[in-house]
Design a binder for this molecule. Structure first.
Ligand code: IYR
Length: 252
């Protein structure tokens, strides 16, 4: 795995065991859960069709944007986007994610420096010729101006494991890669729903340094960097098309 953090095996062992963090379960969550009635929103079939159409149209306008305006985003909006992302299902309801939201300019600059230092090597030596040829159409490079231009960088951390109450024992996080990726998908949809934009960027080899910079514990690994903000007024994106539904859907 490209982002292997040597610390993972002894995750947490050098940490202060009384220090609480978000990967620690509260005592109540270890107990058996009672059952409550399930209630969901309900729509008529015609409302459903309208909503399904509107939502598909909204999401079809989502694009990975690499040019941001410096206009700040209301922190309450960011909090609600993360709230939406936190509604994701997860293995054994372990909720193995931490959304680190960085607005501090100095921190953003440090993140950019760390990522660009690795990306320069990635593009020069680590990525195959085939990989770079496949990417050429997206016009990416090792330079990441969006990491300082976007008003927020959301660093999505995956908790490889959590802690049982008291932090004496590791708590298994099942399917944490899948869980965090589903959560990220919900985050993307939530971002699109408010007219902001983001980018699912994967900082190859920069994970451990970013984790340390952000002061996150060793049981967390950088999963995605999600710069967040308004698109620049003159932002451009590659003229991509998507597969029609007939090509991605099979009915049996
Ligand atoms: N992570 C690098 C390279 C990159 C790789 C893929 I696959 C992309 O779809 C886009 C970029 C970068 O951010 O430039």
């Amino acid at each position: 795995e490209e982002d292997d953090d040597e610390d993972e095996e002894e995750a947490g062992e050098s940490e202060d065991k009384t220090d609480k963090d978000s990967s620690e379960q509260s005592a109540g969550e270890e107990a058996e859960l009672s059952l409550v009635p399930y209630s969901n929103v309900a729509y008529s079939e015609s409302e459903m069709l309208k909503r399904a159409t509107d939502f598909a149209n909204l999401l079809s306008r989502r694009r990975s944007c690499r040019q941001f305006s410096e206009r700040p985003v209301d922190p309450e909006v960011v909090r609600l986007l993360v709230t939406a992302a936190g509604s994701s299902p997860s293995g054994a309801h372990t909720e193995p994610w931490t959304y680190v939201c960085v607005t501090n300019e100095l921190m953003k600059r440090r993140i950019r420096e760390i990522v660009e230092e690795e990306e320069e090597i990635n593009y020069a030596r680590r990525m195959s010729a085939e990989w770079k040829a496949d990417l050429a159409k997206l016009r990416t490079s090792w330079e990441k101006p969006y990491l300082t231009e976007a008003p927020v960088i959301v660093v999505l951390m995956r908790q490889v494991h959590g802690w049982r109450s008291g932090r004496e024992e590791k708590r298994q996080h099942y399917y944490s890669e899948i869980s965090v990726s589903i959560s990220a998908g919900l985050f993307l949809a939530a971002v699109q729903n408010v007219g902001l934009c983001t980018l699912t960027s994967t900082p190859m080899n920069a994970g451990p340094a970013l984790r340390r910079l952000l002061g996150r514990p060793p049981n967390e690994k950088v999963h995605l960097l999600l710069p967040l903000g308004y698109a620049a007024h003159n932002a451009q994106v590659p003229n991509l098309t998507r597969k029609p539904v007939e090509k991605i859907m099979v009915n049996i």
